[in-house]
Ligand binder design. Structure first.
Ligand SMILES: COCC(O)(O)CCCCCNCCCN
Ligand SMILES: [Zn+2]
Length: 664
């Protein structure tokens, strides 16, 4: 299934007609450069073009008042003076004779996107629209927004398709207060927003944008605010909040649909955000949401004012929606102190509502919400002093790396008598192994693991690895007689200097892992029911689940809160996923794991499985081919001792692994 792209140049046909410093950044070129970048890169041709349409009155009235709609209806016939007059009643927004038409097209585009995804015409998609939406409210325009496109889309999806739970992720750098007001008492819509806040000193300067606005009445817990109290936030800060705040809650919420308020003013170079996250971060933010709701994801453009980083960020997002390999994110240094404070506050504010946050720590001593709103003078001094080191428009960043699709997506190495799963390419070619290696293999295993066809298997395995690291193949599945032996070989004989770091994810218990090198060339994360205190080192991290890998709640909590942050910080060139026989891991969890691991090493994942587990080859192949993993249904509360152990493990490891920090 494909990716929808909605764009109509009619939405470029309105602009600011008078002088207003607050609104001058919201220009038609925002849409033009975004679409042109998609065309130039060939991405638009790979999408399914869906026409825009005007939202109807009844659709707009899902969110807005009749009074407000009737008032906006009059704007096409207003003189310039009347438009200025009309605009004065709202904040940081402007009207234009054609903006009502464009606002209906923007909302209608979001609804077209929902229709395309909910009817299965496409898997996911993006709508490039203006005016944006997330600030507009029941009876008011605000912050360049006229109708709340995403809020209307959420209500529309529930009404027309009976969607039970909608997740709205708002990665725009401003707080979408309009969305928050719309759903704050509604437990069927979970709204997550991060936003520049600076202790209420940043627009829209609302007390209710802080982390302690968790929702109201039956909506308590379904509104998550992560305030950024400093500028200059980087990729590490964004990923930490996804791993330690959003994703645990999103998986527990188990949405039927994901809507993204895709504002790109949170990218480097943007005059509004003044952040330092690079455009390729949006490839990963999108990827991390794509295994929710069976992949049903609708992204709707909100902000983004640096035309260069906006266009790059849009392309990064669309490329991920299309299923292309992800770029490697280099040198993630872990979240800054301010980001840790913010995520710690958000986690502690929500621990009473979400069992996946149950063991979150208390808020930091320096409770950031009570910091008095700095005096204007103090604020002024800070601004002047900090100006030069801030990420202003003058900031430069590298063009995102090309994300090339290997000629072969998924290959398999199987015994001759095992049929190759659909979509996988069986690897039968294999160069002869050096005699030295053969003898090493033979004398390492007295077992028959390396008999005649055993050597063939290993030679094919090594061939496959070589093809992965040169990007001829994206990922692969290997069935071997003895998976522990094979893992040892792969780990110890990886001579290719193209592979500097291998992330080994071992699912299920395996005794002898003591051969792990400590030079950092290999990082082993083992998830099993075994507790092995003694062996732990920086590069060997055993996670113990009391009930073993069949406990999906404990498993996904360990993946999101430990494996993902570790993987991002370690930044491997190859991921080896080893499924120990009898691990008991649930199929949907297994597919979620494979899906999430695709975020590392440009998707170069090698899955090692035992021949006698060939029954789960089909689902493994499906996940390797990029099909969305099935949702993890009705997750139970993770075992307290497991949740507690995970927090303790993170505390112990965070000195070595900065991305595990959740407390300041
Ligand atoms: C949903 O619209 C997208 C958006 O969130 O980016 C709108 C931001 C309005 C920012 C208003 N203050 C501008 C002050 C100028 N320095
Ligand atoms: Zn914004």
């Amino acid at each position: 299934m494909g990716t929808a792209l909605l764009y109509d140049e009619e939405m470029t046909k309105y602009k600011l007609l008078w002088v207003d410093p607050a609104c001058k950044i919201e220009v038609p070129e925002r849409l033009i450069v975004s679409y042109e970048a998609l065309v130039r890169s060939g991405l638009s041709d790979r999408c399914i073009s869906i026409p825009a349409r005007e939202a109807s009155d009844s659709e707009i009235l899902l969110v807005h008042s009749e009074l407000y709609l009737e008032a906006v209806k009059k704007t096409p016939y207003m003189t310039l003076e009347d438009l200025k007059e009309f605009t004065l009643q709202f904040g940081d927004v402007y009207f234009h004779p054609n903006i009502y038409h464009c606002a209906k097209l923007a909302s209608g585009s979001a609804l077209q996107l929902v229709d395309s995804v909910m009817t299965g015409k496409v898997r996911n998609g993006i709508a490039l629209v203006r005016p944006p939406g997330h600030h507009s409210m029941h009876g008011a325009a605000n912050g360049f927004c006229v109708f709340n496109n995403v809020a209307i889309a959420a209500r529309y999806a529930k009404q027309k398709y009976g969607v039970k739970r909608v997740l709205i992720v708002d990665w725009d750098i401003h707080h979408g207060q309009g969305v928050q007001y719309c759903f704050e008492d509604d437990p069927s819509v979970l709204y997550f927003s991060w936003h520049r806040y600076e202790h209420q000193n940043f627009w829209p300067n609302l007390r209710e944008s802080d982390y302690d606005s968790v929702g109201k009445e039956s909506g308590a817990g379904f509104n998550i605010n992560v305030p950024w109290n400093n500028v200059g936030m980087e990729n590490s800060d964004y990923l930490s909040v996804f791993c330690h705040v959003l994703l645990p809650v999103a998986y527990e919420f188990c949405p039927d649909l994901v809507l993204v308020c895709a504002g790109f003013d949170s990218a480097i170079g943007d005059p509004e955000g003044e952040m330092c996250a690079t455009p390729d971060i949006f490839a990963h933010l999108t990827h991390l949401l794509m295994n929710l709701a069976g992949g049903k994801l609708c992204a709707v453009l909100e902000g983004g004012y640096n035309l260069t980083s906006l266009a790059q960020s849009v392309c990064q997002t669309v490329q991920t929606l299309l299923g292309d390999p992800l770029p490697q994110l280099a040198n993630l240094r872990g979240p800054c102190k301010s980001a840790i404070e913010s995520l710690q506050c958000a986690r502690s504010a929500h621990r009473r509502y979400w069992s996946f946050l149950k063991h979150a720590a208390d808020p930091p001593m320096t409770d950031i919400s009570t910091k008095h709103v700095k005096s204007a003078m103090e604020e002024e001094e800070k601004t002047e002093m900090a100006e030069e080191e801030r990420c202003t428009e003058g900031k430069v960043w590298p063009e995102p790396p090309e994300r090339l699709c290997p000629p072969v997506c998924s290959a398999s190495v199987l015994p001759d008598d095992v049929a190759c799963p659909d979509g996988l390419k069986r690897l039968s070619s294999s160069k002869d192994l050096e005699p030295l290696l053969v003898s090493k293999l033979k004398n390492r295993f007295r077992t028959a693991a390396v008999d005649g066809d055993g050597v063939t298997t290993f030679s094919r395995l090594y061939t496959l690895i070589e093809k992965l690291v040169v990007n001829e193949i994206r990922n692969g599945l290997v069935l071997v007689p003895d998976v522990a032996a094979a893992m040892m070989c792969v780990v110890q004989d990886l001579t290719s200097d193209l592979v500097k770091r291998v992330l080994v994810v071992c699912v299920g218990k395996e005794k002898e892992l003591d051969y792990i090198t400590t030079d950092g060339k290999v990082l082993v994360v083992q998830i099993s029911s075994e507790d092995s205190e003694e062996q732990r080192s920086k590069y060997y991290i055993p996670v113990c689940l009391k009930k073993g890998c069949s406990d999906t709640s404990g498993f996904i909590q360990a993946v999101l809160g430990l494996l993902l942050p570790l993987g991002y910080e370690y930044n491997p060139d190859l991921v080896l996923l080893v499924r120990m026989p009898g691990s008991g891991v649930v199929d949907s969890m297994w597919q979620q794991l494979i899906g999430l691991l695709q975020g590392f090493a440009k998707g170069h994942t090698l899955v090692l499985m035992q021949v006698n587990e060939k029954a789960c080859m089909g689902s493994t192949a499906s996940a390797l081919l990029g099909h969305p993993a099935p949702p993890l249904q009705d997750l139970q509360t993770p075992f307290p001792e497991d949740g507690d152990a995970l927090e303790r493990l993170r505390e112990r490891l965070q000195a070595d692994w900065k991305m595990l920090q959740t407390t300041s």
